[in-house]
Write a protein that binds this ligand. Sequence first.
Ligand code: COA
Length: 181
Amino acid sequence: MTAALLKPPASPPTAAWATVPGTRLRLLEPEDVEAERRFFNGLSLDSRHQRFHVGLRELSPALLTLLTDVDQQRHRAWVVERVDAPVPTFIADARFVSDAADPGRAEFALAVADAWQGRGLGRRLLAHLQADARAQGVHTLFGEVLAENRRMLALMREAGMRLQPHLADGWLVRGTWAAPD
Ligand SMILES: CC(C)(COP(=O)(O)OP(=O)(O)OC[C@H]1O[C@@H](n2cnc3c(N)ncnc32)[C@H](O)[C@@H]1OP(=O)(O)O)[C@@H](O)C(=O)NCCC(=O)NCCS
């Protein structure tokens, strides 16, 4: 693991984020397990399928643990929450996980609550992940997306990612971004 990956977690909301009214961007915290469960189980079946590539009716306890047991160094997880909600209410989740053998390479994924899609959150989150990955010492960010996911493919292309068919799985496209020097 590089020294950069050992830095303590940063905790912006960024200035750009403040322009999404009523929302706050922050790192996932250990006490957010129930809020994460509500967020992912609240996604439509189609959004969950796009996010996990399988048709999950609901998250298994094991998957919920994988998503919430994060160290915010090798596995960085961000959430967007509503600022006006009485209990933590997430409207988006975006994260990347560095390769244990090569911490400069990380795989990202994101999801936006159905009611909030199409308002620019996905675009902002992808840009945020690119900036955060770079700040954490990650030089290569990649994501695997269903080939039918036109919205995400458009977003990745716009974010400067190189799109290639997955070598082993024909229904997947891999988007790869190399951080500028
Ligand atoms: C993919 C996803 C993250 C995009 O988030 P979003 O907040 O809806 O995206 P944005 O509002 O930022 O839209 C970004 C761009 O997507 C493109 N887009 C939007 N709708 C589209 C559509 N129906 N077809 C093709 N492209 C589309 C546009 O270029 C749009 O830019 P615009 O604002 O100029 O129209 C979101 O739809 C989602 O969570 N989907 C389910 C989970 C998923 O697919 N995750 C990705 C796999 S890891």
